[in-house]
Design a protein around this ligand. Structure first.
Ligand code: FEC
Length: 315
């Protein structure tokens, strides 16, 4: 008999329209509505990137479809069927909706995975906590994947992207070693450091592995997209790093590799492609960004391998 296993594929979520930005932002702020100024600032950022479309929604939908196809392929002729359900952190369908749908479909066992490779108690940990609570209530037995930041196919996909953009610099006349590669990820409040959180170490491990695989020695790590709250966030921020590189080391070529993200969305398309690109212009610096993974087959295989490995360990 074939066992049906629900795969809860979790992602950050994005509004469906500009009218939904307020509800989305209020959800991120745990029910506290933003001030009119804060709301306008966020709407302006979405308007700058999207022109009416929210790319993260489409990208997540596509990633879930492609992951389903990869799992179907990998489990062909086996006695297990993996069925993907989407669960978003801050938008419909919410994490809880995905778990509820599994239960309604008669699924008794599930595996949860987040479309973010690195674990922090404040990021992946909070997705898992919500999914676990709902699963207990709905009577679904769930296991979770916490991270997959060193999966060889993930490292290969990221290294290929680094090399592709380094080639563009070379075509434009730069020497490969003159390009400073900046690996980056979403900043988090500094208080995670006191909690022994693995987030920083995992990001450094991914960065080191990608640098090694692509033969890059001229690199460093920096943070981006810190939240607009009063507490201190992990730094240095990418914009400060760029200023420092220009002023203290006269660096002219920068390739930013946001290894903490897997999709085109606001934090990449605005924070890097618009905001950091504007700073690069002021500093007379040439800035490129690696392409996002989106539904790259190697990323899809990273996810499906990780899920199947966990399933096999349990059965
Ligand atoms: O394209 C889109 O519509 C969504 C882009 C988006 C992604 C994303 C990923 C992460 N976040 C993480 C942590 C935080 C913390 C806070 C926070 C706030 C925001 C706001 C927006 C936003 N985040 Fe986000 N994040 C995205 C978007 N994020 C918009 C609210 C305005 C602002 O501060 O800029 C602070 C919450 C609070 O007030 O307490 C913390 C982390 C990730 C990467 C892992 C993941 O994808 O889950 C960590 C994509």
């Amino acid at each position: 008999m074939t066992t049906k296993v629900g795969i809860l594929v979790m992602s950050y979520g994005t509004p469906e329209s500009l009218e939904d930005v307020e509800a989305y932002y209020t959800h991120i702020r745990r029910g506290n509505p933003p001030s009119p100024e804060q709301l306008k600032e966020l709407v302006d950022r979405y308007e700058a990137i999207v022109g009416g479309v929210f790319p993260l929604r489409q990208n997540t939908d596509h990633q879930v479809e492609e992951l389903q196809a990869a799992l179907d392929e990998a489990s062909r002729n086996q006695d297990v069927e993996f069925i993907c359900y989407q669960g978003l952190k801050h938008a419909y369908p919410f994490i809880e909706d995905g778990v509820e749908q599994m239960a309604r479909d008669g699924i008794k066992q599930g595996i949860g995975i987040v479309l973010a490779p690195h674990y922090s108690v404040m990021s992946v940990g909070s997705y898992i906590k919500r999914a676990q609570a709902k699963a207990e209530e709905a009577g679904v037995s769930m296991e979770f994947i916490e991270s997959y930041h060193l999966h060889p196919k993930l490292i290969e996909a990221l290294s290929d992207r680094v090399n592709a953009k380094l080639d563009l610099f070379i075509e434009a006349g730069a020497k490969r070693d003159d390009v400073r590669v900046l690996f980056s990820a979403h900043s988090l409040p500094e208080r995670i450091l006191a909690m022994g959180d693995p987030y920083v170490d995992q990001l450094m491990e991914t960065s080191r592995a990608v640098a090694e695989k692509s033969g890059v020695t001229n690199w460093q790590f920096t943070w981006q997209s810190a939240g607009r709250t009063s507490e201190p966030w992990l730094g240095p921020d990418v914009l400060d790093t760029m200023h420092k590189l220009s002023e203290e080391e006269q660096v002219k070529y920068v390739l930013v590799a946001p290894v903490g993200f897997v999709s085109d969305h606001l934090e990449v398309l605005y924070d890097l492609d618009i905001e950091a690109q504007a700073v690069a212009g002021e500093l007379d610096m040439r800035l490129q960004r690696i392409d996002s993974l989106n539904s790259d087959p190697l990323y899809m295989e990273t996810l499906s391998d990780t899920i199947i490995t966990l399933w096999k360990q349990q059965h």
